[in-house]
Design a protein around this ligand. Structure first.
Ligand code: ADP
Ligand code: NI
Length: 217
């Protein structure tokens, strides 16, 4: 099968698999990551087929929605790629990317490095930043019934880990725990550049948020 065919078949497979996914991890997230990955890949020497397949399959079965089982995503992706008779070397590489892409690293040790992983990881991180990143964060917070913000549990209050864990952190805290840290974790020059722009946009948003919280002057 040629590369264009396998990509379009993968798109169909992923759309079908994610048709009931929640807003932060639906097909549109995959489509944005795919586009981000292609923009970054233009500036790198890499295997584009691997970048495309990994971007499309990276969230095929999120462990958060599979009782914490980190194996489901890679297994689902492998079964699909094998059924399409994709080269074993390509399958191996795509699976390694899926296993290594997550922010936390999951249960898998970071024992694998490749430019294709760096590109898709950057592309996924970019979708957690900027206007889309803000929308996704509050969508997730709503899903979990979290407060938008709570001055008693503000990120700049030095709570103990224990107090914090029991506090159901509001969504604004997520910016300090994760989103504002991402710009320094980017791998590629193109990814870094776009992350910085999106980071600044979030800083502007947060400043405006605090100003409005204190009431119109
Ligand atoms: P990934 O897409 O890399 O797997 P996650 O599953 O951790 O990332 O997060 C998906 C989206 O939900 C991201 O936009 C992330 O910022 C957001 N999110 C994750 N945890 C929280 C949280 N505690 N509060 C608000 N948003 C969150
Ligand atoms: Ni993702």
């Amino acid at each position: 099968m040629n590369n264009t065919d396998i990509i379009s078949k993968t798109i169909t497979f992923v759309k079908e698999k994610l048709k009931n996914a929640e807003g932060g991890h639906d097909w549109f997230h995959i489509e944005r990551v795919y586009k981000n990955a292609l923009s970054i890949a233009k500036d790198e020497v890499c295997n584009e087929t691997i970048v495309k397949l990994a971007a499309l399959l990276h969230d095929i079965a999120d462990s958060k929605f599979n009782n914490g089982d980190e194996g489901v995503g890679p297994e689902t992706a492998r079964a699909f790629l094998e059924s399409e008779e994709v080269d074993e070397a390509i399958i191996e590489h795509v699976i390694k990317i899926i296993e290594n892409i997550s922010f936390k690293g999951g249960n898998f040790k970071k024992d694998f490095l490749s430019i294709e992983l760096e590109i898709v990881q950057d592309a996924d991180r970019l979708d957690a930043l900027g206007a889309i990143g803000i929308a996704r964060a509050f969508n997730y917070g709503g899903f979990k019934n979290r407060a938008l913000y709570d001055p008693k549990i503000a990120p700049n209050l030095k709570m103990t880990k224990e107090e914090y864990k029991n506090s159901e952190a509001p969504t604004l805290n997520h910016f300090y725990e994760k989103l504002f840290l991402l710009k320094d974790k980017m791998n590629t020059p193109t990814g870094k550049q776009i992350a910085l722009e999106r980071h600044r946009f979030m800083e502007t948003f947060i400043a405006q948020f605090y100003a409005e919280w204190d009431g119109a002057k």
